[in-house]
Design a protein around this ligand. Sequence first.
Ligand SMILES: Nc1nc2c(ncn2[C@@H]2O[C@H](COP(=O)(O)OP(=O)(O)O)[C@@H](O)[C@H]2O)c(=O)[nH]1
Ligand SMILES: [Mg+2]
Length: 244
Amino acid sequence: MFEPQASAETIVAVIIPALNESGKIGRVLDKLPRDVRFEAIVVDDGSSDGTGDEARAHGAALVVRHERRAGVGAAIRDGFTAGKARGRPWLALLSGDDQHEPSELVGALEQALSEQADYVQGSRWRPGGRVVGRTGGRGVGTRVYSVAFSALAGRRVTDATNGFRVFRASLLDDRRIRLEQPWLDSYDLEPYLLFKTIRCGYRVVEHPVTVRYHADEAFTKMRGLRDWWRLFRPALLLRTGIKR
Ligand SMILES: Nc1nc2c(ncn2[C@@H]2O[C@H](COP(=O)(O)OP(=O)(O)O)[C@@H](O)[C@H]2O)c(=O)[nH]1
Ligand SMILES: [Mg+2]
């Protein structure tokens, strides 16, 4: 007879938003740590290419399906809600287009636990982090963004746009953090959460991670300046008190 181990329990719901990521979502799920502490929740945001079926075939614990595209923020929000409903004390976020290294979740969780952090932000610019492939100008863009974000947040974050995040699910019970707002349905939700977490005084740490830009493969669905503005506006609107 085997005694169940105290640690042999799922404690992290890894939320993966995915819009038409067939051929990639399976690759992401195959790279998740073989570790019962983690489970994957894929939010299929109205895909028309079988992304949801591929996610199920590659071991997602749950696939949440939006019949119509609702936006990346809406997809992430619904994933968080599902992870909380499953009673997971930690939530994590990875992109569904194979730009992150899922095995790095283990180190990020361990850092959160050992440093008693509430929120771990992935950073490609921290020692040990790296960029693989050609970024097409994004190396500079994400650094400039992070400087501006940090100035507004009042805390240095080296890679504020990085979609690799691990945090305590209880953050979402804080009434000051209002993810349900419709203006967060697109790219705004992630910077909103990071900004609020910092400003509400939670313990935020950075963890070095890999970001991959595959040659001959799309790595973003962002559309020009409009979507960069969506990334940028939460910090500005919150700092000036225009939004809460
Ligand atoms: N852009 C976009 N991405 C979505 C949407 N719904 C889900 N996603 C997923 O969100 C993840 C990040 O999107 P992406 O455009 O690659 O962002 P970026 O890499 O930060 O530029 C990907 O896995 C997308 O498939 C949506 O409505 N729009
Ligand atoms: Mg991407």
